[in-house]
Design a protein around this ligand. Structure first.
Ligand SMILES: [Zn+2]
Length: 301
């Protein structure tokens, strides 16, 4: 994706990260979901430019960014999160951040894990929402080997099939080639420890996948549930809190199936609002609830 990010905007995001008081490794705010402890691990800040959400290249888009105190023509710095999930002495990772795939400014997950006192060998499984490089790059060492030596890698069958298929690669736009490189390196590095599952597969007691297709064919969130406590960590349903709650029809250029991505976003917004289901995500800071407005939705932290 380096070709999709200008050096200038990466530097701007790095500067913003240096200023963000909550962004230092070890500052992560853990929250409980019953007996689960959930810790967001900030890998870095991604400079989201309006051209990456074409609907935002509009008067309305510029106005929303300006109202949020950002330059009307962007970029808006958005988090790239992984999540550490613990239950008693067990530890899992949900996604792994960018690793070194996008150059400087990212790859903070390893340090954030160390700050939590966790050796990578303690992670028993990595649950993957999808195989995009900002979620899977951190599974690899700079040399392209498995960074988590004991972990099983669990992902949806449809996701592994799409990225492992040479035909998908030849059909995709040329700028997606680096995504395929990273995905295929990950599938190879974890080849003997891959577990492909389908649908609402149980990942651990109280943890299950929730398929949310569209962004990628096998894109899925994870629902944690223990007694009355629940949390949906929804992967990439939202890339911009400022823009996409208000305009759920505004898709990102990386959506594999834009119509399906939009339908999924509307469906899960409606469900989260109706069930008062707490949510968080890989490109969302904090956890909160979705509220239905007369015009669109809102995220209430
Ligand atoms: Zn992402």
């Amino acid at each position: 994706m380096t070709c999709l990010l200008s050096r200038r905007s990466l530097l701007a995001a790095s500067a913003a990260l240096a200023l963000a008081p909550r962004a230092r490794a070890g500052d992560a705010a853990s929250t409980r979901v019953g007996a689960f402890m959930v810790t967001p691990l900030l890998d870095g800040l991604f400079p989201l430019e309006p051209r990456m959400i074409p609907g935002a290249e509009s008067e309305e888009g510029r106005a929303l960014l300006a109202q949020a105190g950002l330059p009307p023509s962007g970029p808006s710095p958005e988090p790239v999160n992984a999540f550490l999930i613990r239950r008693r002495d067990r530890a899992w990772l949900l996604d792994a951040g960018c690793g070194t795939v996008f150059g400087p400014g990212f790859d903070r997950v390893a340090g954030a894990l160390a700050a939590q006192g966790l050796d990578p060998a303690r992670i028993e499984a990595v649950w993957l929402t999808h195989l995009h490089a900002d979620h899977a790059g951190g599974l690899l060492t700079p040399e392209g080997r498995a960074r988590f030596p004991q972990a099983e890698l669990v992902l949806q069958e449809a996701e592994a099939a799409f990225w492992g298929d040479p035909a998908s690669r030849s059909r995709a736009p040329a700028e997606m080639a680096p995504f395929f490189d990273t995905a295929q390196t990950v599938l190879t590095a974890y080849g003997d420890r891959l577990r492909r599952v389908s649908g609402e597969a149980v990942l651990a007691p109280g943890a299950a996948f929730l398929p949310l297709p569209g962004h990628t064919p096998g894109h899925a969130g994870v629902v944690l549930e223990d007694g009355p406590d629940r949390l949906l960590i929804w992967g990439d349903v939202v890339h911009s809190r400022i823009l996409q709650f208000r305009h759920p029809g505004w898709t990102v250029i990386w959506d594999a199936d834009k119509a399906e991505a939009e339908a999924t976003r509307r469906r899960i917004f409606d469900r989260a609002a109706a069930e008062r289901l707490p949510v968080t995500g890989m490109h969302l800071t904090g956890r909160g609830r979705v509220e239905r407005l007369r015009d669109g939705y809102a995220f209430v932290a």
